[in-house]
Ligand binder design. Structure first.
Ligand code: ATP
Length: 272
């Protein structure tokens, strides 16, 4: 019997046409969905959840650690036909806003840290990693190709053991007993929020998510540092999300808009 119950995820997600698979152990759920071959037509949405992820990934080659039994890891793949559109870079912001809203039924204090982190009390609860691939050889008669968007979410159910993570971390059920089948229920609820958010983003862009994101911004108005790797490259006051998904920061010499991929953001007081 598998450690994760796919039927319990299906019940919590209540999404038609979502293919759900669970595995006991995997390197990375994102990598597995990215590597799966593309078919001739866009496939229905697919969810892969792992009880143990041994090589979970964050942005820019960083690791996402899943201490056994204390965290969940799953990825969703959504496919569509595209022609020359830009890859949907800001999609992790839409997913973050939807995920934080969905988690409020357990923890109303879940907030967002630009660009892709879920926080509680400034401690990292979860991370979102979005990756994309496009078919080449199977271009349709109209010049379109299939694009697969893979959204990975890693989330702590309970805080990781102290000292095991390089930054302050927390869990969704810290200080309380997690409900029965907590991982499956949370995965299902997150999927129910994320799949429609991805489709809405693809249809309407970031605009429908900006207000919600700003309301949940953990660091709006705060003094922040911008890091390249471990190096602080600038410090200033966060002015929050701009309409394109960048972050506006008031620096001594003016306002700079930073884009995800360029830098990491930290509250300045966390570095002192
Ligand atoms: P950014 O702000 O650029 O996203 P980040 O350091 O949070 O920076 P991510 O790529 O989002 O980077 O996530 C990877 C980082 O998350 C790791 O370097 C580690 O600090 C932290 N991390 C890894 N596993 C966990 C976990 N289970 N809980 C909380 N934090 C974790």
């Amino acid at each position: 019997m598998s450690l994760l119950d796919a039927e319990a995820i299906r019940t919590a997600a209540a999404l038609e046409r979502l293919r759900i698979e669970t595995v006991d152990e995997i390197g990375s759920t994102n990598l597995a969905l990215m590597d799966a071959p593309l078919g001739p037509q866009p496939a229905p949405a697919r969810l892969l959840a792992a009880a143990r992820q041994t090589a979970g990934r964050g942005r820019r080659g960083r690791a996402w650690l899943s201490p056994e039994g204390r965290s969940l890891a799953f990825s969703l793949a959504v496919e569509r036909r595209v022609r020359a559109q830009q890859p949907p870079a800001a999609i992790s912001l839409a997913v973050g806003a939807a995920a934080a809203a969905a988690l409020a039924c357990w923890a109303p204090d879940v907030r967002l840290k630009w660009p892709n982190d879920l926080l509680r009390a400034r401690r990292k609860l979860g991370g979102i990693l979005v990756e994309c691939r496009r078919g080449l050889a199977d271009a349709g008669a109209d010049g379109s190709v299939i694009e697969r968007i893979v959204v990975g979410i890693g989330l702590n159910l309970l805080a990781p053991p102290p000292g095991s993570i390089g930054q302050p971390a927390c869990g969704l059920f810290d200080g309380e007993a997690p409900p029965v089948r907590a991982a499956e229920t949370v995965i299902g609820v997150l999927a129910a929020a994320t799949v429609p958010a991805v489709h809405r983003f693809l249809d309407e862009g970031l605009a429908p998510f900006v207000q919600a994101w700003r309301r949940l911004d953990a660091l709006a108005g705060e003094e922040v540092a911008l890091l390249e790797g471990d190096r602080v490259v600038a410090a200033g006051r966060s002015l929050g999300l701009d309409a394109s998904g960048g972050l506006r920061v008031q620096l001594a010499d003016g306002i700079r808009v930073v884009h995800s991929g360029e830098v990491s953001l930290r509250p300045l007081d966390a570095l002192r």
